[in-house]
Design a protein around this ligand. Structure first.
Ligand code: AMP
Ligand code: GLY
Length: 434
């Protein structure tokens, strides 16, 4: 089959890398891709949001399967457009992508179907005083969220009620998040440790991939600014076998049944952003796509043919037996540009990328790179996801391998966290992992 992957980050590199392993894939394209992705397939200079251009391309090249990486085109309705034109595509339709596109919608949905989440209320800009009253009902810290997509910046954890009220003024009066802030969710703070669990689903049947843990803050020890994610590992021991089962029974099952009952069945990858609390797993947020950088550690653990899996989902006939799980662990350390997550430098030459052999168990996924002549240059905030895959399932050794690989790669201003995976080591070997 001919396959098109949409997107240009480390997540898409991991998807393309795994799809390249499939005997069933003939031609493989990525729009727009990056320098690392270009080693496995042909790049197509089209933006992920150029739905008409992508449709034209898919028709012209007789694409049998399109896989969508980022949320933008999903929320825009790329799946509806491709399906209407008879083109199989992996991802949720616009009405189902709303689980990520609107926090008010997803919180109300969870309430309707009894899915565990933080206690909350939502308000329109006209309900400022009601919103302020609700702030005083909660015990700080208080979480204030803009309803719509706000480039990962729409969540404010407020240490006091006064800070929460100032945040509400910013959003409701000064329109700090533009239209994304026309409605806000105010909710209680959940204490615990976070984990990301992805379900691949055709709307009814699903398979749950290895639980992963992201590292969202820029500095070691989970300090400093929020980023897109500075590293990840899987499987995450915080999600014990028992917790994994609870996530499937209390969250994934009811979510899929609920979406079907609403007349908007969810297909593709359902990203459950969870807080593992003392009383069990609770949903912090849904995303309508694979996570980045979690995908870089979850996809290498899939045993089986990813193209077959995605195509079966696109056709509404998922066979959970298509794929299994490698008894392995994976660790991804993100190397970022100086300045990230604020304004960052680009154009630095990346060296050392050729230092690895296949048997080293290292895959360097590119997130923000471009090729100029023979050189690879940095072109994004997150540049590389240096990923170690440990088939002996020893997380400590896998972490060590990842950092040894990082030490062989250099570019001016390269920054990375030095504690990726440390939280997991604190839990091993006391708890059995899934
Ligand atoms: P989101 O954009 O919904 O992923 O939120 C960004 C981050 O804010 C999450 O990854 C959590 O670290 C944090 N967060 C969001 N909601 C809550 C909550 N109710 N309690 C604790 N932390 C939260
Ligand atoms: N790693 C967080 C996300 O993909 O949203």
């Amino acid at each position: 089959m001919n396959v098109l992957v949409i997107g240009s980050g480390g997540r898409e590199h991991a998807l393309v890398w795994k799809l390249r392993h499939s005997d069933r894939v003939h031609k493989l394209y990525c729009a727009p891709g990056n320098a690392g992705i270009s080693r496995h397939c042909e790049l197509v200079p089209l933006k992920p949001t150029d739905l008409d251009g992508l449709l034209r391309f898919a028709r012209e090249k007789e694409i049998n399967l399109t896989v969508v990486g980022p949320e933008g085109p999903l929320v825009q309705g790329i799946v509806d457009l491709f399906e209407t034109n008879g083109l199989p595509i992996f991802g949720p339709r616009k009405a189902a992508a709303k689980l990520e596109g609107s926090k008010v919608y997803s919180k109300d949905f969870m309430t309707r179907y009894g899915i565990p989440t933080a206690r909350y209320q939502s308000f329109t800009v006209g309900q400022r005083f009601e919103a302020e009253r609700f702030v005083y009902e909660l015990v700080p810290p208080i979480v204030v969220k803009a309803d719509g997509l706000a480039a990962g910046k729409g969540v404010l954890i407020c240490e006091t009620a006064e800070i929460a009220i100032a945040a509400l003024t910013d959003i409701m009066v000064h329109h700090a998040f533009g239209p994304a802030g026309e409605r806000v969710v105010i909710e209680e703070f959940l204490a615990g440790e976070e984990a990301s669990v992805f379900a691949v689903t055709d709307g009814e049947r699903s398979i749950t991939l290895a639980a992963a843990q992201d590292h969202k803050r820029i500095l070691d020890g989970d300090l400093g600014k929020n980023t897109g994610g500075m590293g990840a590992y899987a499987p995450a021991p915080i999600v014990t076998a028992e917790m994994f089962q609870r996530v499937e029974q209390e969250i994934i099952g009811p979510t899929l049944r609920g979406m079907k009952a609403e007349g908007t069945p969810y297909t593709g990858c359902l990203y459950c952003g969870l807080m593992i609390t003392e009383t069990g797993p609770k949903v912090i947020e849904y995303n309508c796509r694979f996570g980045d950088p979690e995908t870089q550690v979850v996809i290498p653990l899939i045993q089986g043919d990813l193209a077959d899996l995605f195509l079966s989902v696109a056709r509404g006939k998922l066979d959970p037996a298509t794929v299994g799980r490698h008894p392995a662990s994976a660790v991804c350390v993100v190397m970022a540009s100086r300045g990230y997550p604020d304004d960052y430098e680009t154009g630095a030459v990346v060296r050392g990328l050729d230092s690895f052999k296949a048997e080293d168990g290292i895959v360097v996924f590119h997130a923000g790179t471009k090729k100029e002549g023979e050189e690879i240059l940095t072109s994004g905030g997150r540049v590389l996801g240096v990923t170690a895959i440990g088939y002996d399932h020893d997380l400590q050794g896998t972490i060590r391998n990842a950092y040894t690989a990082v030490s062989k790669i250099a570019f001016d201003g390269a920054y990375y966290r030095s504690d990726i995976g440390q939280k997991a080591l604190k839990r091993i070997p006391q708890e059995k992992t899934r």
